[in-house]
Design a binder for this molecule. Structure first.
Ligand code: URP
Ligand code: ZN
Ligand code: ZN
Length: 473
């Protein structure tokens, strides 16, 4: 919607606009829900703009709202459910400068993809503070499901499908099912997302560990061997090659799994990889924290020894990894993680992080690990392109949704469960000091957060239909 009525216009003045491509001192004109123009700060064009709302961004960055392409709000898992609802989780995301999430609708085993999507629409509709979209978790590949995939890609309701080589008896698919789903993706343009861990072998190691009395949280990391992530990643790549399909490997944590991706990309295959803040900032040292504290860090793929972090940062710099998402899947320590006291295999898998991702990655800019533009690329632009949301999301350009963050690069914060907005009783980054913080957040032209004041509302967020992956066209 464009308007000549200045009362419905907003101008963001005086900030350093950062996109994946450029950094420029520019003012941004917003009309209704969209960005309509950028002009150099102080230029005659920018000075001529009149607006009902003027946001002063002097001394701040103006960046696209973050796109978190991997969240699990209210996911039923391990006899409980992720503790953030779509309402609390999307509000927390916005506090952290993320304005779009892509969550996973789960196909019930024996049911249809449609059933999973209907359930997820019912959970999200009217509750989200920011825009949202859905991938589909395919837990039961059959002929009817393959046909449904075509329909979902055509309509844009879900153009990416996650399969699991892990979790036998829950989400697991064998190689034949995976191949069939990939072949369908090759034909209809859908993107196969893979949880690459050899779950059959892992289950043997879990059984042996428990029988030997190795029941503490740190054994979760030990049985989910790096080799079994690398092996599954290699197998997924080969299956995708046989099917002629693209592949996106989620939550890459092991250096050797990343090596497999790099090799495939060097060979020119359409293979992509995502890692998550927990693998960049946390390690097996956290899993080994005293008592039962390590349960807070149980997720799959698991945290790895510190040395892997360097490899992941390098992969982000060299574009062997394209995206950083959170895999936000929070479970409270009290009453949820505790389900696994005395048996690490019963600890619900997942970490909170949707509120922390943009700031943790900005800290990597401060620390000299990545450039500012690469920060925006891996956190906003690449996920939007990967999942068919660009240029509506993930950038600042005429025609894009006015999802903007006025970011204070000098604000210092100490991360804590006492002050975060996620509905979970601990922070995986408790006590960590970070430089940088979202000051003002706009979602489709509406200010939802300003200077520590929440102005958003549940129901503002709309469901997004998506194109297919833009890296393939
Ligand atoms: O531990 C994790 N990652 N929990 C969420 C489910 C998944 O595999 O992404
Ligand atoms: Zn997974
Ligand atoms: Zn996940």
């Amino acid at each position: 919607m464009t308007t000549r009525d200045p009362r419905q216009r907003t101008v963001v003045r005086g900030g350093l606009v950062i996109t994946a491509a450029d950094e420029l001192h520019a003012d941004v004109l917003i009309e209704g829900e969209r960005v309509t123009a950028l002009a150099a700060t102080g230029s005659a064009a920018a000075e001529a703009w009149t607006a009902g709302t003027v946001i002063d961004a002097t001394g701040h960055y103006v960046i696209p709202g973050g796109v978190d392409a991997h969240t699990h709000m209210e996911l039923p898992f391990g006899g409980t459910a992720a503790s953030d609802t779509f309402e609390t989780g999307t509000r927390a995301a916005a506090w952290g400068g993320t304005t779009t999430i892509v969550d996973f609708a789960v196909q019930p085993v024996g049911g249809a993809l449609r059933e999973g999507l209907d359930t997820w629409h019912a959970k999200a509709e009217g509750n989200c503070a920011i825009d949202y979209a859905f991938h589909t978790i395919v837990s039961d590949v059959n002929d009817a499901v393959l046909k449904e995939m075509d329909t979902l890609v055509d309509s844009g309701e879900s153009t990416s499908f996650k399969l699991f080589m892990a979790y036998p008896g829950v989400f697991y698919s064998d190689d034949g099912r995976i191949l069939r789903a990939m072949q369908r993706g090759a034909a209809n343009g859908g993107l196969t997302m893979m949880h690459a861990e050899n779950g059959i072998a892992i289950d043997v190691l879990v059984e042996q560990a428990l029988a030997a009395g190795r029941t503490a949280p740190r054994h979760h990391g030990e049985v989910r061997r790096e080799l079994l992530e690398a092996e599954a990643t290699h197998r997924a790549i080969k299956l995708a090659q046989v099917a002629g399909s693209p592949l996106y490997v989620v939550h890459v944590s092991a250096a050797s799994a990343l090596d497999e991706l790099a090799r495939a990309r060097d060979a020119g295959l359409p293979v992509f990889g995502e890692t998550c803040p927990q693998y960049l900032f946390l390690s097996t040292d956290n899993l080994a924290e005293p008592g039962f504290e390590g349960a807070k860090y149980v997720c799959s793929t698991p945290l790895r020894p510190r040395e892997h972090q360097e490899a992941l940062w390098r992969g982000l710099r060299t574009d062997d990894l394209q995206v950083v998402s959170t895999d936000h899947c929070p479970f409270c320590y009290v009453g949820q993680k505790e389900l696994g006291r005395g048996d690490f295999s019963k600890i619900p898998n997942g970490l909170p992080g949707v509120e922390n991702r943009m700031d943790l990655l900005h800290q990597a800019v401060v620390d000299g690990r990545i450039s500012r533009r690469r920060w925006i690329e891996i956190a906003c632009t690449a996920p939007a392109r990967m999942f068919g949301l660009h240029p509506r999301k993930g950038t600042i350009a005429p025609g894009a949704d006015a999802d903007l963050v006025v970011y204070d690069p000098t604000a210092v914060q100490t991360v804590s469960a006492a002050t975060h907005h996620m509905n979970v009783d601990y922070s995986a980054y408790e006590g960590r000091q970070l430089t940088g913080r979202a000051r003002t957040v706009l979602s489709r032209g509406t200010v939802v957060l300003d200077d520590g004041r929440w102005l958003g509302r549940a129901g503002h967020g709309t469901f997004l239909r998506r194109d297919t992956c833009h890296y393939l066209t």
